[in-house]
Design a protein around this ligand. Sequence first.
Ligand code: NAD
Ligand code: ZN
Length: 343
Amino acid sequence: MRALVKTAAGPGLELKDVPEPRPGINDVLIRVRKTGICGTDLHIESWDPWAARTIVPPLVVGHEFVGEVVEVGSNVTDLVPGDVVSGEGHVICGRCRHCRAGRWHLCANTVGLGVGRDGSFAEYVVLPVTNVWHHWPGVDEEVAAIFDPFGNAVHTALTFPVLGEDVLVSGAGPIGLMATAVARHAGARFIVVSEPNAFRRELAARMGATIVVNPLERDLKDVQAELGMVEGWDVAMEMSGNAAALRSAIATMAHGGGIAILGIPTEEIAIDVSHVVFNQLTLRGIYGREMYETWYKMSVMLQSGLDIRPAITHRFSYRDHGAAFAAARSGDSGKVIMDWADA
Ligand code: NAD
Ligand code: ZN
């Protein structure tokens, strides 16, 4: 089958023929139709320090996908060929304390699809049946392809209640854009999106932001004054990984506010802990998606009118993976989709 492979330690990816994966008794073999490019894939492609210490080539990369079931293992009874599915990219151990308690997203031994095992930038991918999400009727195929990052956005946006609250989203990458739409759908009052990139600020406005702001040009306190806010953000979603963004969120929270932190910093960040203490803030790290409550909520919100499609800005054939990765890396993009249907 055709697959996008990290063949050796170092930058680059190679489109090449590799053997088709075979499903074990508890697995599902899926014909991939569409895939999304994630920041993780960019790290692996460029072979940054994280990739160099994490990835063991050869590896088929990619983890965001939608596809069609073609074969199931002998233990699998609830899926049949033709079912439209996506995959939860965190393969859990099933045996650690949290797994046994049903808190799968807290598994201590998670293996990442396209990171620790062969991924979805290929004609076929295999996953344990417990990682397969059977889509509900009527789902848009491109939206289905990005359920994984959409799930990051939903998990983060629903961590603290946003109904009737004022929300800061720092970072309008694909995930911040989707989180903006989710916060709007979930009933927030003001949603202020802070993002230095003009292309992404424009998208954030389309996703439902009340005000979009360039943090390099405007102070968040100034925005709060314009909105007539007297206390501060009730909820912040940190989706940039940027130190200044986290610090300015902490500095502008209402007492008792909650900051859900999804963005992954590349180095340590110093913060004013006294502010966290005196203002009684809650800082909560978010990793992945809740299995499978987040997936359920995603499906329900799409059926009740949530539209994340404006966050998808670029579409390529898998053959043009170089251009697709360049678009994703450029910053002047939302979600970038690669089509594998004609592979
Ligand atoms: P992205 O890199 O495309 O988006 C980050 C955005 O932050 C960019 O648009 C950038 O311009 C913006 N930014 C930079 N400095 C800023 C500042 N000072 N204030 C506000 N915004 C600023 O990433 P993404 O794919 O949307 O993912 C968002 C973050 O979440 C990334 O840090 C990513 O590594 C992380 N992530 C975490 C998980 C998880 O499970 N925790 C999963 C996926 C991605
Ligand atoms: Zn576990």
